[in-house]
Each structure stands twice: as structure tokens, then as C-alpha cells.
Design a protein around this ligand. Structure first.
Ligand code: GAR
Length: 188
């Protein structure tokens, strides 16, 4: 049995896609979802998939009680999939190289505080970039600066809106994120 903890703040399409991908392994995986947003659509997705989903506030997440809760789960991997808060240093320290994040750009470009979701895609379009992509990386104490595990690129047509870029990025994320997780878990 492997325990995978997923964090999301919004729609949760990556969360649903990851859990769907691992269905092929039947009973080998336990998933746990955490969100900081009581209105996040990921909560509906969790219900639909019958996966436990917990709401934690921005303050709760920093408390030692939250680290205890994570320790009880004994996670093999902690995955930030559209999680928009700073992740607590206490959990990163406890699980070195077991906390990963997906970022919707080719880091180190378009990373750092305030660079998330549509803000990234709007900046990419405003700068008339001809390509963008995704970065999956380990999480450290600084936003978007942990060691890079995987990147994939997609080209941007000159008429693309930020929404078009977001759609292209989601497609890349859905294609690659579960496979990268599968590799990290070293599944036989
Ligand atoms: C994803 O595109 C992810 O890369 C991005 O939020 C989106 C969540 O989509 N994450 C960040 O911007 C983190 N800095 P989803 O809720 O549909 O999975």
C-alpha cells in the first residue's frame, strides 16, 4: 500500500486525473486530498471519486497538529496539484524529496510569489512568448525554486488568449503529471 497526499486550492482537474490514472493499480494506493478553500471544486470531485477530502485553513496548516495529521497518514509522496499557499516548512523538513509541485510554466521563467494559475498565462501572452510549458519540481522553502524533476513544452500561436494557453497547459499536465508520479514512486 502506498499513501499519496494531494493538495489543491481550486478546480482539482489534476487531482482527479492523477487518481483516475492510478485506478489501473486497483488497491495499491490510498489517496488523501487537502484543500485550503471551502468552495474549491476539488471537494465535489473528491465526493464523486469517494476519496477523503479535508478542508484546512491557512493558519491550521502551519500548526504542529497538522504535521501530526500528515504523519498519521505516513505519506509516500505529497503532491501539490494547484495548491496556492506557501507549503509549511515543517512538513518539507520532515519529508525531504517527498513533496513535489506542478507549476504551469517553464521555471525559472514565470515563477515566484504571485505567479500562479491565470496570472502566469496572462504574463506569458503579454510577453508574446512563442512557447511555454510545465515544470514538476521538488518543493523547498522558496516559491518555485526546488530542484526540477521534469519539464515539457508547448508552442503558443500568436492569436492565443491566456485561456487558450491555460487549456494547452492543462493538457500537458494531465498527460505527464501522473506518469512522473508513477516514476517517482518506483512502482514495479
Ligand atoms: C494548474 O495549472 C497548476 O499548474 C497551477 O494551478 C492549476 C490548477 O489546475 N498551479 C500553480 O499555479 C501553482 N503555482 P487544476 O485545479 O485544474 O488542477
Amino acid at each position: 500500500m502506498k499513501n499519496i497526499v494531494l493538495f489543491a486550492s481550486g478546480s482539482g482537474s489534476n487531482v482527479e486525473n492523477i487518481i483516475g490514472y492510478f485506478k489501473k493499480y486497483e488497491t495499491k494506493f490510498n489517496f488523501f486530498i487537502f484543500t485550503n478553500n471551502p468552495n474549491a471544486y476539488v471537494i465535489e470531485r473528491a465526493k464523486k471519486m469517494d476519496v477523503p477530502c479535508f478542508i484546512v485553513s491557512k493558519n491550521e496548516i502551519k500548526e504542529s497538529g497538522f504535521l501530526n495529521k500528515i504523519e498519521e497518514i505516513k505519506p509516500d509522496l505529497i503532491v501539490l496539484a494547484g495548491f496556492l499557499l506557501m507549503f509549511p516548512a515543517s512538513i518539507i523538513e520532515k519529508y525531504p524529496n517527498k513533496v513535489i509541485n506542478i507549476h504551469p510554466a517553464l521555471l525559472p521563467k514565470y515563477g515566484g510569489k504571485g505567479m500562479y494559475g491565470m496570472h502566469v498565462h496572462e504574463a506569458v501572452v503579454a510577453n508574446k512568448e512563442s512557447e511555454t510549458g510545465i515544470t514538476i519540481h521538488y518543493v523547498n522553502e522558496k516559491y518555485d525554486e526546488g530542484a526540477i524533476i521534469f519539464q515539457a513544452k508547448t508552442s503558443i500561436d500568436s492569436h492565443f488568449s491566456a485561456n487558450d494557453v491555460a487549456n494547452a497547459i492543462h493538457k500537458l499536465e494531465h498527460e505527464h503529471f501522473p506518469k512522473v508520479i508513477e516514476n517517482l514512486l518506483n512502482i514495479d
